[in-house]
Design a protein around this ligand. Sequence first.
Ligand code: ATP
Ligand code: MG
Length: 485
Amino acid sequence: MSVVIAIDAGTTGVRSRAVYSDGTLATASYREVTQYFPQPGWVEHDATEIWQAVLATLQDVVVQIDETITAIGITNQRETVVAWNKQTGLPYGHAIVWQDRRTSDRCLELAEYLPLVRKQTGLVLDPYFSGTKIEWLLTNRDIPQDDDLCIATIDSWLIWNLTGGKSFVTDPSNASRTMLFDINQMQWSQELCQILNVPKTILPEVRASSGRFGATIKHGSLPAGIAISGVAGDQQAALFGQACFAPGNTKNTYGTGSFVLMNVGTTCPSPKDGLLTTVAWQLGSQKPVYALEGAIFVTGAAIQWLRDGLNIIDRASDIGPLAQSVSDSGGIVVVPAFTGLGSPWWDTYERGSIFGITRGTSRAHIARATIESIVYQTRDVVESMTSASGVTISDLRVDGGAAVMDFMLQLQADHLAVDVLRPKELETTVMGVAYLAGLAQGVWDSTEDISKAWQLDVTFSPKNDPVGYETWQSAVKRSMNWSHV
Ligand SMILES: Nc1ncnc2c1ncn2[C@@H]1O[C@H](COP(=O)(O)OP(=O)(O)OP(=O)(O)O)[C@@H](O)[C@H]1O
Ligand SMILES: [Mg+2]
């Protein structure tokens, strides 16, 4: 049986996992990644640590499998940028992570270019995307702008290292998150590169998500010559892994943040209010597939905050039982806007808040209101997606770490009034990029093969009348612009 190794270089950690041609997942290895918070609103990673962690997990997996490895796929935290020198192989300081808000004021200054950004990139002007982060690196760090400079997303950095510096490449799903890539023309935007003073020569070549990116050189137990043949941002990989191949198919991943993506086919749609248009993937020489996206920055991260910040739970898995120990949230609303709000609000200065606290408020109420905030934020996004696209979703496929909570998914079905489908395999990000890599190498023949491999675990159908949504919307509005007042 053929085997593909998927590398999932996420925000909180990296993993490598072997995926067999019959769709079964095998050996996995995981390493956490250090999070740096040098100032309020700043979030950084050490790119060298990420590379070494990825290599260590790959080597762990390689030594445990007997079969020849047919391909490697890479999926990654998106928008995060790293600058490095081709000669030394060393990064110029820490990578700036997608959650980082240091360019908020710069985005306000650039407001006149919003229509151009919307039209060419499908994004909005927000510090979330790589563009202003790259400009910040070039302006604020001592980086010589010569032929040896590379600035790119984490996928590029990993491929460059895996190939021993031979390939400086990325894929359109990652490029489409930089705010420098024209998703209509499928090339780096001359205008946007000029506006942000980014020379195109420091950016990677963009190749189809399923195709050929290069081959490994020998790194200890990792053999030379393995094709790197699939690359996609983690959310687009999850859409692929959820077999959302037909226009209208929609998924939500409940991870650190939550990202609702709807496949909208091969024609790039006009910008939709509050939402992003993004490249979902491109298979070989086929036309790219586009997606509408609602990006919610904090969902599972709010659970981590209850654990690490407030210490009201010991483990993430405690939140479900604690929330269900009370019959409602006792009138409180949690708005977990720790890093501003993304879709559909796009308020970079909103911050977290809890409303309606009384003497009777308990940790269980806070836990329950936190889960409700995940559901409400998803409803905000799905409703704007439905009204913007004119397409009513028939069901929502779900995955991610927090999607194990039946209680939350039932509430989600009630609030969306559609079926919420949880597949047996929740590792959709890993599966998605394994499929992209395997398709290019003939491990799988077509997307039909992948659709057949997708198996349903549970359907959550709407059954209760949803309550509390209007109060949520009022709470969101009251927290707006908080860090700016
Ligand atoms: N048993 C559980 N119950 C509720 N929430 C959980 C449970 N286990 C994990 N989580 C939540 O799931 C989130 C992690 O999910 P996942 O691993 O999908 O994240 P991710 O966004 O992919 O992370 P990364 O960016 O590192 O890839 C955590 O934020 C955690 O709060
Ligand atoms: Mg992930």
